[in-house]
Write a protein that binds this ligand. Structure first.
Ligand code: SAM
Ligand code: DTB
Ligand code: SF4
Length: 331
């Protein structure tokens, strides 16, 4: 059996989900250890570079202009401010800086702004990531040339449940953006959200889509809905934490070389829940006081958690270009 498969079937994924919880977590941890260093977590910091008034109608989102979430919208923030936040992220041990904008897609007039930001953040020695909505092929190529390592664009949920959550962009629009990102040579960060009122078949459907992409996303965020007052999902029934952890474990098993990211929703988890999520193969998270618009476990809390569990933060990986410069310097 090859190490990494792209031909997973719905039935196989369902069987993985349905096994006893401890068997599933045990298997996920075994697979995790055969592909990654144990006890090592990749840490990213998020920054919202343009907040609110988004034209899209994602039913979970505080930033959609379609709902009254009481969020205060902000214009594009200055590049200098982004750079000072990135320096702080680096100093606090993050290896990747992820910049997000509440756009349907970047307009051409926004491109010089985002490209300058990528160049400057990259120059600090951080890995760079952006999430700006849909991209066309030319935008993806320009971002890659400027030094963007990762692009985050989530499928969010199954193809079947998708239309219950978003009507302003289609599931295929999302897959097209992922194609453009991949073709441009960037790494893909794509996952979804659990706890949207979907059922287990939808969670299976989401993972099936991700694990049958021609190349697995290098990073797979598994968000748990953060309920936002004023949005249509504000009062949706909360999903049991073990079901979130099952989703993480199945993702780890079927995408063994991908970083599985414990994403939005960590605030609702106890330290022991988080330990279980790491046991299930999660090996990446967002640190810092804030995600894009909602609170997150701050640095202090995460440091305590890492100390308590004996975890260490992964260092930023040098790029191929940096490695060849080092090799030349050694001659
Ligand atoms: N506007 C861009 C887009 O949607 O393509 C990028 C930012 S958007 C906030 C990034 C992702 O965050 C969404 O796809 C969704 O998976 C996640 N997200 C947003 N709001 C959330 C919430 N309230 N709870 C959990 N995850 C959320
Ligand atoms: C992802 O999958 N989760 C992050 C990141 N990609 C951009 C965003 C989470 C947002 C949570 C809600 C908020 O803070 O607005
Ligand atoms: Fe806009 Fe992204 Fe929020 Fe959807 S998830 S409303 S696209 S900011």
């Amino acid at each position: 059996m090859p190490l990494v498969r792209n031909d997973w079937t719905r039935e196989e994924i369902q069987t993985l989900y349905e096994q006893p919880f401890l068997d599933l977590v045990f298997k996920a941890q075994q697979i995790h250890r055969s592909h990654f260093e144990a006890n090592t977590i990749q840490v990213s910091t998020l920054l919202s570079i343009k907040t609110g008034k988004c034209p899209e109608d994602c039913k979970y989102c505080s930033q959609s202009a379609h709902y009254d979430s009481k969020l205060e919208a902000e214009k594009r923030i200055a590049v200098d401010k982004v750079i000072s936040e990135a320096k702080e992220a680096l100093a606090s041990g993050s290896s990747r800086f992820c910049m997000g904008a509440a756009w349907r897609n970047p307009h051409e007039r926004d491109m010089p702004y985002v490209l300058e930001m990528v160049r400057e953040v990259k120059a600090l020695g951080l890995e760079t990531c952006m999430t700006l909505g849909m991209l066309n092929q030319s935008q993806a190529e320009r971002l890659h040339e400027a030094g963007l390592d990762y692009y985050n664009h989530n499928l969010d949920t199954s193809r079947e449940y998708y239309s219950h959550i978003i009507s302003t962009r289609s599931f295929d629009d999302r897959l097209n953006t992922l194609d453009h990102v991949r073709n441009a040579g960037m790494k893909v960060c794509s996952g979804g959200i659990v706890g949207l009122g979907e059922n287990r078949n939808d969670r299976i459907g989401l993972l099936l889509e991700l694990a049958t992409l021609p190349t697995h996303p290098e990073s797979v965020p598994i968000n748990m809905l953060v309920p936002i007052d004023g949005t249509p999902l504000a009062d949706v029934e909360r999903l049991d934490v073990t079901e979130w952890i099952r989703t993480i474990a199945v993702a780890r098993i079927i995408m063994p070389q991908s970083y599985i990211r414990l994403s939005a929703g960590r605030e609702a988890l106890s330290d022991s829940d988080q330990a279980l999520a790491f046991m299930a193969g999660a090996n990446s998270l967002f640190s810092g006081e804030k995600l894009l618009t909602t609170p997150n476990a701050g640095e202090g809390k995460d440091k305590q958690l890492f100390d308590k569990l004996g975890l260490k933060a992964e260092k930023a990986k040098p790029t191929a270009a940096e490695l060849s410069i080092d090799a030349m310097a050694a001659v």
